[in-house]
Design a protein around this ligand. Sequence first.
Ligand code: BEZ
Length: 268
Amino acid sequence: MADNTDKTGWSANLYNKNAPFVYSNAFTAPVLQMLSPQAGERIIDFGCGSGEVTLELEKIVKEKGGRVVGVDFSESMITQARARGLEHAYVADIQDLPDLPIGADIKFDAMFTNAALHWCKRDPRGVLRSAKRVLKPGGRIAGEMGGFMNCIGIRGALHKALKTRGYDAGAMDPWYFPSVEDYTDILRAESFEPIEVTLTPRVTALPAGVFGWLAVFVRPMILKDFSDEEAADIMKEVEETCRIDCQDSQGRWQMMYMRLRFSAVWKQ
Ligand code: BEZ
């Protein structure tokens, strides 16, 4: 398998190998149900990754001439999404969405997002402003992301390992895991009327263990400037700290994902 890591640290191949659960039917069913996509609609997927869910949406909407557009910060992901057959896939920062080459007058019925907004710590409200730039008046948004207490245990162990080595773990941590109250507040502040905002714990199996999870989601981002030796040292320490909570008696690894699910309507 070719290493297709891009300058943002993402590798679509590594993501597809170690974290396919992110876009599995079982894990995406609740957020897709909240979105309730209809034939003929135009839907934009914020943080479409390698396009698996986006292509499922396309099957539904294109029946009556609808269209799906995917955007992602990672070139590696967008290249993979296009290779899978997603025609309208663009590299862009959803915290500050630029004009897309789709026609300025094209507006969307809905913005969908899965497992992406927790990477938008720099400007979570910017994501909502970006949605308003491309939605029809009265358009809806539906999404799932990491919420308050997401990755509990692993995140704390990582902070401790970094702090004991003299690093500023808070500044290095790229994640935004809001509570129900936090997210409800920013929805309202950006003129979205919340329909549903909930937190749901989800135990998630890790086929490649905590170490494999860290290799996809931490090594290329938080630890990108570290030597291989120091990064491996930190990742081993984190896995070891988490072993008591995250590995069962048969040796299988799991972790706690806390899903923040939301749906809302843009009230102009
Ligand atoms: C998440 O989907 O919640 C997540 C994935 C990777 C890192 C942090 C959070």
